[in-house]
Design a protein around this ligand. Structure first.
Ligand SMILES: Nc1ncnc2c1ncn2[C@@H]1O[C@H](COP(=O)(O)OP(=O)(O)OP(=O)(O)O)[C@@H](O)[C@H]1O
Ligand SMILES: [Mg+2]
Length: 240
């Protein structure tokens, strides 16, 4: 394969502004190769979540180009967005689980929505639960699980459709350090299995021990400045 074709994500002079606002990302240039594991760091308000939202086609580039899995996202028609998102697994800080449904039902949901056959749903859902070590909790309700286990349900739901790319926004933000490490190790295992993973995180101390590439943002631009734990404490620290 030629080098450009192996890039799963490519930003080219990208800028983004929310409607009516100023640029919150500008001059963003980088690519991610298939199979990479990348952390996006930067102080609160730097644009980490916006970067992931752009890749997930939850918002569109204002200027410049963003190509993901060969798809130019500026040209992606709205009706093609659901098919595009099938290849992306999203993991959120607050887990976003349905609390009146079992662990199994939560993980199965993306398959149900996409109309998979009943037998397929059972097989794939159990495989995803097995991958996060929660096969024995399939009948449990989320609130009877620890925070780390709830996040692992969120991760199982994100991988159940076998996405090529996982995007996780502060996936350990609501976890204690031990659970956070366990969740980060889980992402690492998926990456080792060939999935490209991008994680926005404040948890510099946590990722120092893990193999990684860092894309560091300051005021909406990528910088070579190495993040430190202190530099992560932006003026809106704690805001989502
Ligand atoms: N829906 C929105 N409308 C207008 N401005 C927004 C919106 N969401 C975010 N912003 C602004 O865009 C900038 C980047 O926000 P973003 O949420 O991407 O930062 P972040 O790096 O994820 O921060 P945090 O670490 O707090 O999660 C901030 O200045 C923020 O105020
Ligand atoms: Mg954010």
């Amino acid at each position: 394969m030629s080098p450009p074709a192996s890039d799963i994500v490519r930003f080219d002079q990208l800028a983004y502004r929310y409607p009516g606002g100023q640029d919150v990302l500008s001059g963003v240039n980088f690519s991610i190769a298939q199979g990479e594991m990348v952390y996006v760091t930067g102080p609160s308000g730097a644009g980490k979540s916006t970067l992931l939202r752009l890749i997930a086609a939850l918002c569109r580039p204002t200027r410049g180009q963003l190509v993901v899995m060969g798809q130019n996202l500026s040209a992606l028609k709205n009706r093609h967005i659901p098919a595009y998102r099938q290849h992306i697994g999203l993991v959120f800080q607050n887990f976003n689980l349905l609390y009146d449904r079992t662990v199994f039902d939560n993980v199965a949901l993306p398959l149900v929505i996409r109309g998979y056959a009943y037998a397929d749903i059972g097989r794939r859902t159990r495989a995803a639960l097995d991958a996060v070590g929660l096969l024995n909790r399939e009948k449990s309700l989320p609130l009877t699980l620890s925070g780390g286990e709830q996040q692992r349900v969120g991760i199982a739901r994100a991988i159940v459709t076998k996405p090529a790319l996982i995007l996780a926004d502060e996936p350990t933000g609501n976890l204690d350090p031990e659970m956070a490490l366990e969740v980060m190790r889980g992402f690492q295992r998926f990456n080792e299995a060939g999935v490209t993973v991008m994680i926005a995180t404040h948890a510099i101390d946590l990722i120092e021990a893990l193999p990684h590439r860092i894309i560091h943002l300051e005021h909406g631009q990528i910088t070579d400045k190495r993040p430190t734990a202190a530099s992560q404490l932006g003026d809106r620290h704690g805001a989502r």
